[in-house]
Design a protein around this ligand. Sequence first.
Ligand code: KG4
Ligand code: ZN
Length: 327
Amino acid sequence: MRVLGLETSCDETSIALLVDETIVANTVYTQDIHAAFGGVVPEIASRAHLQKIDRLCSAILLENGLTPRDLDLIAVTDSPGLAGALLVGISFALGLHCSYSLPITGVNHLEGHIASVMLEHTNLDFPFLALVVSGGHTAIYRVDDFGVYERLGRTIDDAAGEAFDKIGKLLGFSYPSGRDIEKQAALHTAGESIRFPVARVSTGEFDFSFSGLKTAVKYFLNDHDAGYKRENMPLICHSFQKAVTDSLVKNIASAATATGLQRIALVGGVACNNFLRRKMQDAFAGNVYFPSPGLCTDNGAMIAKAGYENFKRKKCRFPVMRPSGAL
Ligand code: KG4
Ligand code: ZN
């Protein structure tokens, strides 16, 4: 079974080829152009996808001695994401579908992130809890099967990755800043940290809020001069990273107690963070499963995997634009 996975929901144009559930290709083109603007510019993202998608697809097929006729399924991210960026992937997929009569399925981006963990951890049994932490989303799901999800909590304002990116901007790092903040934080070896507050949320027991933390760090930076910030960059980064991590671990631990589920999948771009990975493993005695970094950030392989599982269960659907956060 040859599945082509297309991901264009934000600033990565990614196409993957899954053959009998093995990743044969997973090309990710990251649109660096957004760094100059300090965040993703939707219109630029759409154009950049348009410039790349055809070439990436042709290269993958050529390298593997295939033509579109040899494919068995097209899986494409259909929501949530930037409307124009999604449309490029969906239109491209529909083009292949119409030209070659290929089956096609739309995949929810968050479902893709959840499926990403199963690409490498094939022994992860249902049910489990998934902590999805990315630049656009932060949420906890109970996962009973592919396609069977219950959202237990979510951020009511900024996503965890968004908080990393916004603080990174204040600290002078370029977008996206998660990796740079982690690198700086790793240089902090002493035990102490600045106590940045994370807001308690009243909307739901497992909900998150990171916008107050962002404001607290901003005020802290305003109150200190450039020399202090330069000398204490590792301490500031560590303290911010610790505040985000503590909040994530606290809520997923509460959700695990409430549901009795102690198997956890940690997915999405922020799941690359080694401090978070360590703290999660400590909290769940090693029962945390995460994809390798290339599969944590946006990629076509996770979309191909989720699409394939839907196809197997006859849950294929055509791409439809739904309001963001439908999963
Ligand atoms: O999943 P993803 O590629 O895109 C979305 O679906 O949003 O996640 C991108 C996010 C960015 O906010 C980026 O700063 C963050 O993941 N990220 C990290 C790390 N690597 C990427 N955050 C913290 N630590 C990291 N090492
Ligand atoms: Zn993502």
